[in-house]
Design a protein around this ligand. Sequence first.
Ligand SMILES: NC(=O)c1ccc[n+]([C@@H]2O[C@H](COP(=O)([O-])OP(=O)(O)OC[C@H]3O[C@@H](n4cnc5c(N)ncnc54)[C@H](O)[C@@H]3O)[C@@H](O)[C@H]2O)c1
Length: 451
Amino acid sequence: MATTNKKKKNTIKEKNNIAPPKGKLGVLLPGMSGAVSTTFIAGVEAIKAGLGKPIGSLTQLGTIRIGKRTEKKSPLIKDFIPLCNLEDLVFAGWDIFPENSYEAATKSGVLEKSLVDELKDTLQDTAPMPAVFSRKYVKNLKGNHLKRGKTKMDLAEQLIDDRKKFKKDSGVDRLVMVWCGSTEVYIQASEVHSSIKSFEEGLKNNHPGIPPSMIYAYAAIKCGIPYANGAPNLSADVPALTKLAIKKKVPISGKDFKTGQTLMKTILAPGLKSRMLGLNGWFSTNILGNRDGEVLDDPYSFKTKEQSKLSVLEYLFQPDLYPDLYSDYYHKVRINYYPPRGDEKEAWDNIDIFGWLGYSMQIKVNFLCRDSILAAPIVLDLVTFLDLAGRAGMYGIQEWLSFYFKSPMHGENLYPEHDVFIQLMKLKNTLRYMQGEELITHLGLDYYDVA
Ligand SMILES: NC(=O)c1ccc[n+]([C@@H]2O[C@H](COP(=O)([O-])OP(=O)(O)OC[C@H]3O[C@@H](n4cnc5c(N)ncnc54)[C@H](O)[C@@H]3O)[C@@H](O)[C@H]2O)c1
């Protein structure tokens, strides 16, 4: 089902119309040596080995209510709908640094060294393939584990060959790709992104509007591989690639994992709005010292992230509908690279609100989080749900996965849904719908029907 095309017949309404998750699932990760990828890979291996639990993962720990509250039926999501098994995940990917997953996980320092050491034998078997990369798009990184090609189309074809080789060598049945690479410089969609034809010409002519993340997205979609983008750069979020996804019947989603400060925003802001409390200003600042922080220290990459982080409040507060409350607030977001903190980001929010008769109040949030610890379960859920979507015949933008993103991809004439509670309801209702179960509206009048 193309979620973007209303005229298309719905193909997932009937129960049991989902192909079973037979065989292994290959997980392709551009940015494989990064903190998020290695925390995800090592985490999955640790869970497989019984050394930890998949905390933070809805697919592994979440439940879903079926039927009426009086029926008391709330199975685990993974028992309700056929999801791939953790045991069946096999990892591959690309990076501009050649370290294997053991070396990279040790270097990123997110997980304790003793845990990474316990997984050494498994992790050192996984090393990235040479990347498609250019410093024009990520200025603060320099690596030499790179592909060479005359044109961007040549590079896309090399990625397609990599995927063929990996599939053959590993014997995986299906594939999913999640961009865990660095945030690229800010690029706006333009003519070259407007159609599949102009995009493919752009690849052949080395158009500067096509950064590496779009080359990976193109290669994935072209070969029918479900694709998610964990960074704020456009990647698959341009008409050419959303059209290609519909043509090739591939599910896609993005952008920018919703983890620390923005997760807090989308939890708090809907609550404030629900009680009709007004907003004068929201000041957000962060310190972080990992490689992501170093990349974001470049103003061109920061601009991409800033746009993603800023857009959230505008849609959540809907100033056009609530001019008395939200027409004039000040929103500022800062990210400061501060190496001593590594991956252990600290975020501060000062929120100036007002209530009855306009009297002012303040809220302070100080979130001492661990960036990749919050992101790893999101990668797992996206891999699992995108694979499900593929087996269920769903394609195009998967808006029901907005739950995981700061800048959710959405249909042309829709605004993005940022409210985390609506996002979760939408996600669970999509699962109910896929399994032919009644959707839950929370109306509940029938419980009180005494007539
Ligand atoms: N950790 C979080 O909470 C979080 C939240 C939202 C978004 N993100 C985004 O997820 C991405 C990964 O975050 P991270 O903390 O792992 O960053 P990281 O810097 O540790 O890892 C990124 C990796 O991507 C590699 N890379 C860059 N360009 C590449 C290319 N063209 N091909 C292949 N590899 C490439 C880098 O070498 C690096 O190893 C970043 O874009 C970040 O902004 C992270």
